[in-house]
Design a protein around this ligand. Structure first.
Ligand SMILES: NCc1[nH]cc(CCC(=O)O)c1CC(=O)O
Length: 322
């Protein structure tokens, strides 16, 4: 085996660099080889359009994948929630490491929680999923919020609240945690109120399918529980035929189980962005915790999607949900 450095392709954002840095260190430990970060610019980083307009799906990942297939890098780290559900045959998801906190976080002025926000509060998010569930939550409180589409990195988004331009913003807790900014959340939003995006908080370590030896080493970073959970969530998303910019939330979690099998709960939601209608369902199943067998979670996702479609989910997703 050669001992040249493994090249890890990464986006340049501080979050991407932090995520890649964590995986680089773990890969150094399991392979004993140095890991070199190679910065790659993706369309999602350059475009100033709103994600809902450029379609969301894949905008952060295609440049990294081109570099993998072109042999410029050996492996790449993605936020799993940014990965399209269809996995290309020439690329392998070699590892899905232990997931960070999957919840969304609220950062509000004056330390406010969501329920303490005043009627008409301006809340920054351009995510149809967050809009649908936050608007629905506000309605149950007899209030309205005004959602304001925002883009940019985590510092930029938090800046809207710091400068007093918005009452609150909503971000993934995982991103805050990985940047060491956990303390800035004024509330971690309960999945009972806001289900996260499928795969939120999880990372995907990807390499070319032809690099079987490398894939086997990277697989040491895999967490079978996380893989089972995100497989169910992404299978739900795929069966709804929705992309990452559709108003779809999903979260799988576990009851304490035995060694080889554990009980998994999968919750899913689809809604209109104004929050007037939500279809929210859940299911449970016994899942083998083996990274090589994700058939049960995949089936749970498909079956829950079918139930949601039977309750009218397709009509709520709008034209974007192709
Ligand atoms: N859509 C962008 C994106 N992709 C992954 C994360 C956060 C980290 C994660 O979910 O693992 C974010 C930012 C956000 O939603 O606040």
């Amino acid at each position: 085996m050669t001992h040249h450095a493994l090249r890890l392709g990464t986006r340049r954002s501080r979050l991407a660099m932090a995520q890649s840095g964590l995986v680089a260190e773990a890969v150094r430990q399991v392979t004993g080889r140095p890991v070199e970060l190679v910065e790659i610019t993706t369309y999602g980083d350059v475009s100033r359009e709103h994600l809902a307009q450029i379609g969301g799906t894949g905008v952060f990942v295609s440049a990294l994948r081109d570099a993998l297939l072109g042999g410029e890098i050996d492996f790449a780290v993605h936020s799993l929630k940014d990965l399209p559900t269809a996995q290309p045959e020439d690329l392998t998801l070699a590892a899905i490491p232990v997931r960070e906190d999957p919840r969304d976080a609220l950062i509000a002025r004056d330390g406010l929680t969501f329920e303490q926000l005043p009627d008409g509060a301006r809340v920054g998010t351009g995510s149809p999923r967050r809009m649908a569930q936050l608007n629905a939550w506000a309605r149950t409180l007899g209030r309205r919020i005004e959602t304001v589409p925002i883009r940019g990195n985590i510092d930029t988004r938090i800046g809207y609240v710091e400068k007093g331009e918005l009452d609150a913003v909503v971000l993934a807790a995982a991103g805050l945690n990985r940047l060491g900014r956990t303390g800035e959340a004024t509330e971690l939003l309960s999945p009972d109120a806001v289900l996260p995006a499928p795969g939120q908080g999880a990372l995907a370590v990807e390499c070319a399918a032809t690099h079987e030896h490398l894939a086997a080493r990277l697989a040491e970073l895999d967490d079978p529980f996380t893989r089972a959970a995100v497989t169910a969530e992404r299978s739900l998303l795929a069966a709804l035929e929705a992309g990452c910019s559709a108003p779809v939330g999903a979260l799988a979690d576990f009851q304490a189980g035995e060694r080889a099998v554990t009980e998994m709960r999968l919750r899913g939601v689809v809604g209109t962005t104004d929050g007037s209608t939500l279809v929210q369902l859940s299911t449970t199943g016994h899942v083998p915790t083996s990274r090589d067998d994700v058939s049960v979670p995949a089936t749970m996702g498909r079956e829950l999607a079918a139930e949601m479609l039977a309750k009218g989910a397709a009509g709520l997703m709008g034209e974007r949900a192709l």
